[in-house]
Write a protein that binds this ligand. Structure first.
Ligand code: GRF
Length: 208
């Protein structure tokens, strides 16, 4: 892939989306061309609008089931020419048919060192477990909850007894860096999956 047309799905504040807009949008042939949400009041949508990126809401209530919603979303992304979908705080599972339309082209950022602490409340899960090292993961998305092949991870030691807010604050810049870096590297063709070893994502050494 030389460059990328990126669609972002987000349910919340959208700080990861903002990092992508600020740091990769319009560079290296990467364009964020669509921002979708399941929540009409997601702050992420306002961030997209502020820079003229088309946005749309796909609320569950508007569709008979999740599959119908996800297919509508997939069609919208395809119409925008999206070839990479980034889940940036998108709090829903995606239907298998959605994923089949973007094979190895859907990535997610998660605030824990997977496979530890998947799903919601990852930071709270890690704190309850008593870990001393926290971290973030960017991974390809499959049908499970945060179970897809790992692309990249970053860790930070936080001994003592940090609060969830302190951990979240420490992880946020790591997430932003890792997600932006991963999108750039996918756009440069530096990240691939060997079909014979699908869990082992190949990450080529950076060319700079
Ligand atoms: C991030 O912590 C991300 O890892 C998780 O949801 C949060 C989204 O944050 N999947 P934001 O909306 O990008 O600020």
């Amino acid at each position: 892939m030389a460059g990328a047309r990126v669609g972002v799905l987000a349910s919340g504040v959208g700080s990861n989306l903002q990092a992508l807009l600020d740091r990769v949008h319009g560079r290296d042939g990467i364009e964020i061309v669509a921002v979708g949400s399941d929540k009409p009041d997601a702050q992420a949508l306002a961030r997209a609008r502020a820079v003229g990126v088309p946005d749309a809401t796909f609320a569950a209530a508007g569709y008979p089931d999740r599959r119908a919603r996800d297919l509508a979303m997939a069609r919208w992304l395809e119409a925008a020419g999206v070839d990479l979908v980034v889940l940036a705080g998108y709090m829903q599972l995606l239907d298998a048919e959605f994923l089949a339309r973007f094979p190895h082209r859907v990535i997610n950022v998660h605030p824990a060192l997977l496979p530890a602490f998947p799903g919601i409340g990852a930071i709270e899960q890690a704190l309850a477990y008593g870990v001393k090292v926290f971290g973030v993961t960017v991974h390809f998305v499959d049908e499970g909850v945060d179970t897809g092949p790992v692309i990249a991870q970053r860790a930070v030691e936080m001994p003592g007894e940090p609060t969830a807010a302190q951990v979240r604050e420490a992880l946020r810049p790591l997430e932003h860096d890792l997600l932006c870096n991963t999108v750039v590297r996918i756009a440069r063709g530096e990240i691939g999956v060997d079909p014979s070893r699908p869990r082992h994502v190949r990450v080529r050494e950076a060319s700079e």
